[in-house]
Design a binder for this molecule. Sequence first.
Ligand code: DGJ
Length: 728
Amino acid sequence: MPIEWNEGDQVFHLYNSNISYLMQIVHGKYLAHLYWGRRVQVLQPISILTFKGRAFSPTPEPADTQFSLDTLPQEYPAFGTGDFREPAYQLRTRDGSTITEFVYDSHEILKGKRPLKGLPSAYIEDESEADTLIITMVDSMLGIGVNLNYTIYRDLDVITRSVSFEHLGSHAIELHKCMSMSVDFHESDWDWLHLQGTWARERHIERQPLHHGTQSISSARGASSHQHNPFVALLAKGANEEHGDVYGISLVYSGNFQASIEVDPLQTTRLSIGINPFDFIWLLKPGETFQTPEALMVYSSEGLGGMSRTFHKLLRTRVCRGIYRDKTRPILINNWEAAYFNFNEKKIKEIADAGENLGIELFVLDDGWFGYRNNDKSSLGDWVVNKEKLPNGLAGLADYMRKKNMKFGLWVEPEMVSPDSDLYRKHPDWCLHVPGRSRTLSRNQLVLDLSREEVCDFLLETLTNIFTSAPISYVKWDMNRNMTEVGSLGLPPERQKETAHRYMLGLYWILEKLTQRFPQILFESCSGGGGRFDPGMLFYMPQTWTSDDTDAVERLKIQYGTSIVYPAITMGAHVSDVPNHQVGRVTPLQMRCHVAMAANLGFELNVDKLSTDDKTVVREQITRYHQIKDIVLFGDQYRLLSPFEGMDTAWMYVTTNQEQAVVFYYKTLATPNPPFFHLKLRGLNPKMKYKVNNGERPFYGDELMKIGLSMPLIKKDYTSFIFHIEAN
Ligand code: DGJ
């Protein structure tokens, strides 16, 4: 029974064989946080909570003047009744007050895990995989219940949390803040780590010591964003890839979010994540419920690497869905960097012919196939094939590919509209806007108002028509700007601040319908590269275009940073041309292939123009990819050398039975007269014998991990190697 309720001590204990999460109801009312971390067997809650009066800390219980909410570690804290730290929620009543008193009312322990209505969430396949606790706190004056949902997985060191506000009272209230989770740690001696970036430079790792006060990351862009991934981790001092306590929290949401960490003067740390409270107000009327997105909480005592492997397994097997979840993905060729908007049927066929010859399995027709879209200035919204470019339409092209034994895939950017489009001319009010105000363009386009039902219905119908117009096996779903003038003509003034979240609900609704209607399509999400690489999108689309930056060196950092949370199978990675279109760097084709082979391999260049030698390299690497792809895409990843720390990068993937592994090693700038170097591997069975690249003499796993694999002396910039390790 992995969720225990100790009535005598009023303690909840959620546990599996590795982790424990403990809470206690204090004074019959307040929900205190006791502990989260490595599994504990015996607990005396009194030893964790110490009540001691502090100057300026208010005392809500007349009979216990040592007790204050200001010093109590809590699960879902409020502001205004004595706790001066960052609250988890705030609501405003009709009399203008924000004071609430939610006290423990009841709880329920359930087998399994329930889906969230209208929102993506981690799931189970069998009831025995998880248990759920719902604690209900009630404010009797308002007649509102707050349900705190906790699920613990049996075989994954994961706790999920979300909250729902249920209004059973008689007067509408405004929700101003409703985080998905909040937790108070008893110490503050942590580093915090998050993934920051910008377009073409996503998910770079930033790690810093916590300081007193609040530190936070957020997005107010209407997308989870290139700038900050909806993820944050706390690391014990000295914790590294292999050792130390690490707590990682990720939000299953693709819109505005905030993750906040506050260290108070008594050296406690409060961490919360949820919808960004900035520019958000939700009107909750009697009879209505508001459900927050879900937070995924991972604890690892095996450092950052351990945390990542848990996230990888959770996201790959219990967030991603559909027939491609457990399948390797076809190797694709995308025409974007090969031709941009400047293509016709002949050009597409030339690329496809060459691609087929090299062993490429899927052709993806990118932007520019519809309306009059010969640049980015028009036609978004007019999803009608451009017969001047493609006289035989999508069906003709798909048929051409089919005859070559290649699948056919298509780019769309459905959430957008160009002012120069028939759609905009017909429905100028269908975009996000504020009447009377300018409509700020970005990439010459506006955002359709997905908070409106009729817009979502239109998109669902339009996309259904496109996806049935030809045998389409793959869809790249793009989104190339962030939101401005966030307002909706479909909502009354008092609901305008709901627009951004309602947009996400509309988007998720469309994606749910489409993925149900077209289960055979492999969807890849994209937002100018990785501007919406988050668990919310992965729930509908099992892979994401990692970045518009395809330079092999830049990609090392991007893919390494992405792997902190996301497994290789969720990343799209393409081999592109040199000089690279983003940074002008020239790297060898082999290194470009080796970087892209550490994810879902694809190509994005004029393969028809490659030299004979380059074609040979591509063919060889494709053959190699087929040999190793199962290990990369389904294995456990170990990061060995970080591109953020020097010129060497290495990572490896190991199968669950430890019989196979593949190691990638990359050198960016070579060092003159370099030292001898042994790369210490990880995750192997110490007692098993392994052959490296089918070499003559086997090594013990022990040897490879403790002494290391001898690396060749490198005399050239941008050199890379792949080592296939197989049990002998
Ligand atoms: C941004 C994407 O990230 C690119 O790969 C490409 O699809 C362009 N949009 C097309 O406009």
